[in-house]
Design a protein around this ligand. Structure first.
Ligand code: PEP
Length: 252
């Protein structure tokens, strides 16, 4: 089964308007100029510059989205941003369940599932993040934790065209440490087997599973060549157009 690769950039809480527009413009120009688009590209700037970044990337083929959304459609939820509002801004998708949201905002699998469900209802694509902490890996609980996250966070109406899973070991995010290729392959294959139980083999076979955590130009080719790794979710290195592009260019 060949799945198209997705290179996604999570800018986190970085970027004022001018920087964001410059970064998005640089990435969008490169992607637009590419004759053979072997991969899809997604960038997730902060809420405050989504509009400007969506505008900068317009007609380039780069997919722009948010880093989080509310589980609610509208109403008395001060400070929250609904999937409908994101759709209205021109977003194509949203990341949910990032480990920084799970840790900083106590997001549970149930909440992540509700957010993903709301995003799908608003016709957004959804990247659902899962991944174990260092303590969980050292205790031999990686597959238990990741399995519970997949079963708890992925809505039962998820389809391969609309939902992407990102495996991001928490201990690899922003640390420069990455799992061995065997560890990445083991977890990705396990996630796909859990997806098959949850959604059926056909959807599981087609669903993209990204790896995230300290992806850099120097390690991207190896990670992206692994079976069941269908792209990358990139944090730090997505803030430099050249690095982000160098990662994408390793897609074969
Ligand atoms: C992330 O935050 O999703 C991420 C993978 O970060 P980094 O690439 O900086 O490790």
């Amino acid at each position: 089964m060949t799945r198209r690769k997705l290179i996604a950039g999570n800018w986190k809480m970085n970027g004022l308007k001018a920087d964001g527009i410059a970064l998005a413009t640089a990435v969008a120009e490169k992607y637009k100029a590419l004759e053979d688009k072997k991969f899809d590209m997604f960038i997730a700037p902060p809420f405050t510059i989504l509009d400007a970044v969506a505008d900068a990337a317009k007609n380039s083929g780069v997919w722009v989205g948010a880093q989080d959304c509310s589980q609610f459609e509208k109403g008395a939820h001060t400070g929250d941003v609904s999937p409908l509002m994101l759709k209205d801004l021109g977003c194509g998708g949203v990341i949910v369940g990032h480990s920084e949201r799970r840790a900083d905002h106590f997001e549970t699998n149930e909440l992540v599932n509700a957010k993903a469900t709301a995003a799908l209802a608003a016709d957004l694509g959804v990247i659902i993040c899962v991944g174990e902490t260092l303590a969980e890996r050292e205790a031999g609980k990686t597959l238990d934790v990741v399995g519970a996250q997949v079963r708890g966070s992925v809505p039962l109406n998820a389809t391969a065209g609309k939902v992407v899973i990102a495996y991001e070991p928490v201990w690899a995010i922003g640390t420069g440490k990455i799992p061995t290729t065997a560890e990445v392959e083991e977890v990705h294959a396990f996630i796909r087997s859990e997806l098959a139980k949850l959604l059926g083999q056909d959807i599981a076979d087609k669903m993209q599973i990204l790896y995230g955590g300290s992806v850099k130009p120097s390690n991207a080719a190896e990670l992206l060549s692994l079976s069941d790794v269908d792209g990358a979710l990139v944090g730090g290195a997505s803030l430099k157009a050249d690095d982000f592009w160098a990662i994408a260019e390793t897609v074969k």
